[in-house]
Design a protein around this ligand. Structure first.
Ligand code: FAD
Ligand code: SF4
Ligand code: SF4
Length: 403
């Protein structure tokens, strides 16, 4: 019998150009990257139909931003869990799947024993051991390389917790993987980078970065840090030392990722549209089943939406164009940073409007960076709905940029 938390050794990664090492290149058939990769020729409409029974509904405007969903909710566990990134809904759903015997194992990320910020894929078979996976780690780790060991260990009913680029590859190969049951709990993801880069970022935020235990880019325009001695620190986005980071700090993959909200998960558990709470997108019946597993352990309400995103997104586009063109960003004087930093949480987009703004920002970033760095990839990598998202900001496809 395998240990209840199992991190099998995996093969080395095959060299790939745009790649977040989701694990497929380390599998017995690395050539499947061609069919599975989000960065080669994604077909979201087809996979949305395969997974949810339909693609995005044009009559539901928010589906253009967030993908197919039956329900969107603000949510929190009534008893937030120790060590969770927010209240721990993601990991609790997986615990419930194990407690109820609905799955044989859960595939998720635990912290690497040698570095708490480095994600390490694990297979978990005992509900009590899911607690080790709580919390967000920055970096890439080959989650899907554990699909074959899971199958070989005889696990037929599996749950996977993953970020969008991992979930895309999982769905693209789902049919041939042959699991009897597959539950997918997704989190949104944006601005990921290597764990090494993340350590450099932490060292800019604190004189003693090793004492940082928690970091989150909150929807109220602040980064929250927590320390080993229990201290908390909140830094307004505008006062982050971002302009001192090198241009390639965020790899091109994450600057051109077209799936912020994990549209192919059964349920997405994030915070972006939650106005200080968590944000759930129940995408299909299986997602509804996952939410029901929490019973009265979860409190939910309708998400709010305030402010107007057009101004902030237009300003963002201008800055991305300058930065992508190699021009130094004009630094805002310190007094203005304080004023704007105070104003943004009060008058800037909030709730669902904040989430729409972030999805549009990712879309403009994708187009500006690909146009500059890999223009030949644009026509296969950018789905039609992304062009729809950027249209209001004057960005349209040029010759040879669409299929
Ligand atoms: C790199 C990154 C960027 C993110 N950016 C956003 C964002 O912009 N907006 C937003 O709404 N949400 C984002 N999230 C998700 C968010 O941080 C929370 O994970 C989510 O809100 C769930 O909170 P929770 O308390 O329910 O999670 P918990 O119960 O604490 O569980 C978190 C789960 O995340 C998984 N995990 C942790 N690190 C990684 C990793 N590096 N790769 C893959 N899986 C991992 C673990 O398996 C764990 O089970 C991001 C997550 C990651 C990993
Ligand atoms: S991200 Fe995954 S599917 Fe894409 S090239 Fe890398 S290993 Fe292959
Ligand atoms: S931003 Fe996109 S490409 Fe980068 S790690 Fe997250 S899901 Fe993957």
């Amino acid at each position: 019998m395998k240990a209840p938390v199992w991190a099998p050794k995996v093969s080395a990664a095959e060299p790939r150009d745009l790649c977040t090492d989701c694990g497929i290149s380390r599998s017995s058939e690395p050539k499947r990257c061609g069919q599975a990769c989000q960065f080669i020729k994604p077909d979201y409409a087809a996979l949305e139909t395969q997974v949810h029974g339909r693609a995005r509904d044009e009559n539901k405007p928010d589906e253009l931003f967030f993908g197919p969903h039956q329900q969107m909710l603000r949510a929190a566990l009534t008893h937030p869990r120790e060590g969770a990134q927010w209240t721990g809904i993601t990991t609790r759903i997986a615990e419930r799947l194990l407690e109820t015997g609905a799955v044989d194992a859960v595939l998720a990320m635990a912290p690497d024993p040698s570095d708490k910020w480095r994600p390490m894929p694990v297979l978990v078979t005992r509900a009590a051991d899911m607690a080790q996976c709580r919390g967000m780690r920055m970096g890439y780790a080959p989650l899907l390389a554990l699909l074959e060991p899971a199958r070989e260990a005889g696990y037929k009913r599996l749950a996977v917790i993953g970020i969008p680029c991992q979930v895309y590859a999982l769905r693209a190969l789902e049919k041939e993987l042959g699991f009897e049951q597959l539950y997918v709990i997704g989190t949104p993801c944006s601005d990921n980078t290597t764990t090494e880069n993340f350590h450099k970022f932490l060292s800019l935020l604190s004189e003693d970065p090793a004492t940082i235990t928690y970091l989150e880019f909150r929807a109220d325009y602040h980064v929250e840090l927590r320390f080993t001695d229990g201290r908390k620190k909140e830094i307004p986005f505008l006062q982050l030392p971002l302009s001192t980071l090198p241009n390639d700090f965020f790899p091109l993959t994450c600057r051109t990722c077209v799936d912020y909200t994990n549209v192919l998960a059964d349920i997405t558990v994030g915070y972006m549209g939650g106005q200080g709470e968590q944000w759930l997108l129940v995408r299909n019946n299986r997602g509804a089943e996952l939410l029901n597993l929490l019973g009265d352990e979860i409190r939910t309400s309708a998400p709010g939406s305030k402010g107007k995103r057009f101004g902030p997104v237009s300003g963002y586009l201008k800055n991305v164009k300058l930065a992508a063109g190699g021009l130094p960003l004009r630094r805002m004087p310190d007094w203005a940073r304080v004023v704007v930093g105070w104003l943004m949480p009060r008058i800037g987009p909030r709730g669902l409007e904040f989430a729409r703004a972030r999805v549009e920002m990712k879309a403009v970033e994708t187009i500006v960076h690909l146009r500059r760095e890999q223009p030949r990839r644009m026509k296969s990598m950018i789905p039609k709905h992304v062009w729809e998202l950027v249209k209001p900001y004057g960005l349209t496809a040029e010759k040879d940029e669409t299929l």
